[in-house]
Ligand binder design. Sequence first.
Ligand code: VGL
Ligand code: ZN
Length: 236
Amino acid sequence: MAANRPFKSALIVVDMQEDFCPPNGSLAVPEGRTIAPIINTLLSKPGFTMRILTKDYHPKDHISFASNHPGPENQPFSSYVTMNNPAPGKESESKLQQLWPVHCVADTAGAEIIPEIDSSNVDLVVRKGMRPEVEMYSVFADAFGNCDPGAHTHSVSLDVAAALRAQGVTDVVVVGLAGDYCVKATAIDAARVGFKSWVVEEGTKCVVPANWEDIKRELKDSGVSVISMGDPLIEG
Ligand code: VGL
Ligand code: ZN
């Protein structure tokens, strides 16, 4: 496949963590755990140059936790607060931040990758969302597009785009949780920073499953291709 251009693919498995999975996850995505076998099938495919797992990995005082914003108006899932760009010189840039239950706190059981995922041939595990004052759904950049690995107060443990480019990767295949948040943001950013970007439909589940058709349209409008298991891209 992709015979008429250079082609090297990477698999990015997004946030397959206890807190995003039933039955006990604090931000459980409906049927989130059921995609583990499909993801293991993908992880075992020989065609990928790199296999990356991401972990949502927040400090206790993360801006996205509703409990960090006291007041009856601040409810998980339904409320928003104002978030400012933490990058130097960008202080005046702000966005609305959706509030969530406390989830994926660093060094807690909820932040662990679920044991159903076979990580034996994973090349990299990347932590994201580590900076308290800013959200980071995409592993490529925070909510304002900043990517600052290694900075004094950093959001992400590795510059994934640089790591992929260093291996000559051209195509990124994204699966995991959740389809309407971190998978969507990661797949769209992969396209934005210059990779051909693909999402495997059976390999993701949404916080709000009814939104998937709209999300697929948003992905396609952003240059991301949504494919199924069995697609020649995966089968080689
Ligand atoms: C996610 C909400 C908050 C995700 C992470 O992994 O999709 N969603 N943090
Ligand atoms: Zn999060």
